[in-house]
Design a binder for this molecule. Structure first.
Ligand code: SAH
Length: 353
């Protein structure tokens, strides 16, 4: 059977061409785009202003990518919702909705699994299945809007996967998400987090749209970083910092450095001093994240006093710092753990049958 075209990954001009090739007027593309990207339709049949004949034609040759909500965990503390979605090919992905005073923020996955293998992270423990399509990235936001009936104003690409390892799909996703004909998320409200693939960061600096870059640093020296993150062996820490500086110069966007504090590993006074030295003169922001314990890994959070002392030390050196507030503490398995737990349970069930 011929593969159906993924029209939800198309921009409006590609969709217009697609629609005219099917013998329809160009304005049909706008209608279709609206149904997909604003009204979050789940089928062609419900697109009531399209002719029956056109809807039928579409269902024969076009795919309307729509994620299936497999599970949702809701925090009774702050209303954070953690979603597990099923993809067409059986892969599972996680997304999270966090409610803040300034609006709703959704954290999406960019890949099913991950091949970066950061030591403290649950997402990469089973390796990479595949990169997500732009439509699968978008639909995480769309399904969450449809499920809650609430508008999403911020999107962070900080879920499972390395977004810059799925580069073309990521760029298209950011284009569609910030498109004024679609959900029209402000470029200022979009953040992409990376483990530091240097040539891609430099490429991003030249691209539209511009968004906030978050860089997973987690250590202040090459040696310590390489012990936590295999990718650091490929891209040396000073190369990473210089690429971030380039990103700031080109885009005017201040880079956020993420630093997961791990007890006894990167949380000492000396580590803070090294970090301050490394970031000296850079227009940036540091986000400290007490490491999230992962089942089967032995990383432990520092005591709160140690985290605060680390923050103070950086501030004394003139660095902008925040400590990440933990959302949904009661449902807060570390990144990637819901997906992992769920697939392990499924495997067990299958073994039993
Ligand atoms: N691959 C991208 C985005 C996904 S991870 C990246 O590396 O940035 C999002 C953030 O969560 C990264 O900073 C990652 O290092 C961090 N992270 C992963 N596992 C964690 C854990 N157990 N505790 C704290 N932070 C973690």
């Amino acid at each position: 059977m011929e593969q159906k075209t993924d029209i939800k990954s198309m921009n409006l001009s590609e969709l217009t061409e697609f629609v005219t090739q099917l013998g329809e007027k160009p304005f049909r593309a706008r209608q279709l785009y609206r149904w997909m990207h604003i009204r979050h339709a789940e089928s062609f049949e419900e697109m009531s202003d399209l002719s029956k004949a056109f809807a039928k034609k579409l269902s024969q040759c076009a795919a309307l990518v729509c994620l299936k909500q497999e599970q949702v965990l809701i925090s009774s503390i702050d209303g954070t919702r953690k979603y597990l979605f099923l993809l067409e090919d059986g892969n599972l992905i996680e997304s999270v909705l966090m409610r803040y005073k300034h609006g709703n923020s959704v954290c999406i996955s960019s890949q099913a699994g991950c091949r970066m293998g950061c030591r403290f992270c649950a997402s990469g423990m089973d390796g990479l299945a595949r990169g997500l399509t732009p439509s699968e990235m978008l639909d995480q936001v769309y399904r969450i809007e449809a499920d809650t009936g609430e508008r999403v104003s911020n999107v962070v690409v900080m879920g499972t996967g390395e977004p810059l390892d799925n580069f073309d799909a990521l760029i298209r996703f950011t284009e569609l998400l910030t498109d004024e004909n679609g959900l029209n998320i402000s470029q200022r409200n979009l953040t992409v987090s990376t483990c530091g693939i240097v040539p891609r960061i430099r490429e991003l600096a030249e691209q539209e749209p511009k968004f906030t870059l978050a860089l997973s640093l987690h250590a202040a020296t090459q040696e310590k970083r390489a012990a936590l993150m295999p990718i650091a062996r490929k891209y040396e820490i000073h190369e990473v910092i210089s690429a971030c500086n380039y990103y700031f110069e080109k885009t005017g966007r201040r880079v956020t450095f993420e630093y997961s504090l791990v007890k006894g590993s990167n949380d000492s006074d000396e580590d803070a001093a090294n970090l301050a030295g490394l970031l000296k003169g850079l227009n940036c922001h540091v986000n400290l994240i007490p490491v999230n314990p992962v089942e089967s890994l032995s990383f432990v959070q520092p005591k709160e006093a140690v985290t605060l002392a680390f923050k103070n030390k950086l501030e004394k050196c003139g660095i902008n710092v925040t400590i990440r507030r933990e959302m949904g503490r009661d449902i807060n398995g570390a990144c990637g753990q819901l997906r992992k737990r769920y697939s392990n349970a499924m495997e067990k069930m299958e073994e039993q049958v």
